[in-house]
Write a new protein. Structure first.
Length: 342
């Protein structure tokens, strides 16, 4: 197949991926918000649990697959990179569509907890013993520390379930609106998750074999045409690609005025990524922690503190703050790219 044909296929797959992402996010948000209304659960709780876990599936798949293959050095980079993208781009871009209100409870409970998770990750990684870790690892996240992450993840789930039950008990009034059936809501959630999953795969792209010929598709194929190295592709397209579900879901939630769900998606995903994904990965096989991982985790903590400060004064993230967050992420990405070649 000539180069023009290859680029055309890559572009069509990329377009199909974006369509699946957008439509899947709409279905996922509609189904999730319908479940929240029917069960009288706050949108924030749904965002912290169902939406957050569903949109973090790509990160989970990448990290667990790497752990099973015995090459889980990328696990921490995958998580910290995705969390920084979630915080600065997902919330930043969502704030461009509409000011994001953040509840007092989120500011005093869930948000600090997500920052604490990142801080514990830095401490575990920096104080661990490198042992047999390869490359420039400064330590390992051990199986014991992985189990500690999982323990706190269970506590976090129990807390969100408690909040959901408390909200249901407090909601005594009857719903006046026509509610979507629970079965239809769950079907929309499942269809949305599948569309988001495959849409993200198509957008990121990769290599496959068709009729005995290796075929590249999606953004990876287009990037290679323009001479991008695999390392640079991994730092940009693949890192961003695993966070596309959070991005499209939060934007869809913001457009539909489900602001609590948009914020809860990001906070919940960042907690899920550290406690559950790294917990499972380290339990399967201890995870190498490098000096670059420590730097990225510290940057994640600093960005988290900045966004926390933005939202603390008026409990709202506004457009100009979203623009600043996007600009800071661009600087971080530039630093990450230059770091590879220095």
């Amino acid at each position: 197949m000539n180069s023009f044909g290859s680029i055309l296929i890559a572009a069509l797959v990329l377009l199909l991926g974006f369509v699946l992402l957008i439509k899947g996010a709409d279905a996922f948000v509609d189904g999730s918000s319908a479940v929240a209304r029917r069960l009288r659960i706050p949108g924030l709780v749904i965002g912290l649990t169902i939406v957050a876990m569903g949109t973090s599936l790509p990160e989970l798949a990448v990290s667990v697959t790497a752990a099973l293959a015995g090459s889980n050095e990328i696990a921490v980079s995958n998580v910290t990179g995705s969390n920084i993208f979630n915080l600065m781009i997902v919330l930043g871009v969502s704030a461009l569509f509409t000011p994001l209100s953040v509840s007092q409870k989120s500011l005093t409970r869930e948000f600090p907890f997500s920052v604490a998770c990142a801080a514990v990750l830095a401490v575990f990684g920096a104080t661990g013993t490198a042992g047999t870790a390869s490359g420039d690892a400064i330590g390992l996240i051990s199986r014991r520390e992985g189990l500690i992450f999982l323990f706190f993840f269970v506590l976090f789930l129990l807390y969100t379930l408690h909040e959901a039950n408390k909200a249901r008990r407090a909601s005594l009034k009857e719903e006046k609106e026509d509610l979507m059936s629970l079965s239809k809501s769950l079907l929309l959630i499942i269809i949305g998750m599948l569309a988001i999953k495959f849409g993200g795969d198509f957008v990121v792209g990769g290599d496959t074999v068709v009729a005995g010929h290796e075929l590249s598709y999606g953004a990876v194929a287009i990037a290679r045409v323009f001479g991008m190295t695999d390392t640079l592709i991994g730092l940009t397209i693949c890192a961003v690609g695993t966070s596309l579900p959070e991005l499209v879901t939060s934007i869809a939630a913001a457009r539909k005025n489900q602001l609590d769900m948009a914020v809860g998606n990001v906070i919940g995903s960042n907690i899920f990524n550290i406690l559950f994904i790294l917990g499972v990965t380290a339990t399967i096989r201890p995870v190498a922690f490098t000096g670059e991982n420590l730097t990225d985790t510290i940057i994640l903590i600093a960005f988290s503190a900045l966004v926390w400060r933005f939202t603390w004064t008026k409990h709202t993230l506004v457009r100009r703050e979203g623009l600043l967050m996007i600009a800071l992420y661009a600087l971080f990405l530039l630093y990450a790219v230059l770091r590879v070649y220095w």
